[in-house]
Design a protein around this ligand. Structure first.
Ligand code: 5GP
Length: 189
């Protein structure tokens, strides 16, 4: 049994992480080698999201109960909601001899990089080409103006942490970013 490599993907909401990850995960050479963790969150479900596919949407009470029981490999509060990666995804990766991909915020990413002693950790930051671009993408999601503002303020803070990541992809052209992402992921295994 080999210790899984953990790939951590971070970046502001709206930078395109999820779209890129969904696309890269359709590729057979990646699908066969990786497990993609589905996070638990207390955030409200968005119109196009599906419980159990995009996230496990749970109440704050349930989240805190799980956290108390040591259910999470890592967890963080991002803006006003809790997010966490369940330990069982890591255990599953060990059992199935696969690696693990996590799409988590910079605090969670940096925490795991320090804490996780087993296996290799590869951190990758996905950035939007500009603040205006990020704003447009967030607006398309029909988020409330106040939420968009909060996310942009957070994005600026996250950009500062991006310097501590192993690689950065500026997501200007989706197909180019996809190729870059695939390369980084395959190089890590
Ligand atoms: P969103 O609400 O836009 O889906 O996600 C907000 C932020 O929470 C994003 O940066 C996303 O990557 C992060 N996030 C999602 N799942 C997790 C998780 O399990 N742990 C941590 N630390 N952050 C997460």
């Amino acid at each position: 049994m080999k210790t899984p490599t953990i790939i951590i993907l971070s970046g502001p909401s709206g930078a395109g992480k999820t779209t890129l990850l969904n696309k890269v995960f359709r590729k057979k050479n990646i699908k066969g080698k990786f497990i993609r963790a589905i996070s638990y969150t207390t955030r409200k479900i968005r119109p196009k999201e599906k419980n159990g596919r995009d996230y496990f949407f749970i109440s704050k009470r349930k989240f805190l109960q799980l956290r108390e029981k040591g259910f999470f490999l890592e967890n963080q509060k991002v803006l006003d909601n809790y997010y966490g990666t369940a330990k069982y995804f890591y255990d599953r990766a060990v059992k199935e001899n696969k690696n693990l991909i996590l799409c988590i915020d910079v605090k969670g990413g940096m925490y795991l990089k320090k804490k996780q002693k087993e296996g290799k950790i590869v951190t990758l930051f996905i950035a939007a080409p500009s603040e205006l671009d990020l704003f447009k993408r967030l607006k398309m999601r029909t988020e409330a103006m106040q939420t968009i503002q909060k996310r942009i303020t957070l994005a600026k803070k996250e950009m500062k942490v991006s310097k501590q990541y192993d690689s950065i992809i500026i997501n200007k052209d989706l197909s180019k970013s996809l190729k870059e992402l695939e390369k980084v992921i395959l190089r890590a295994t």
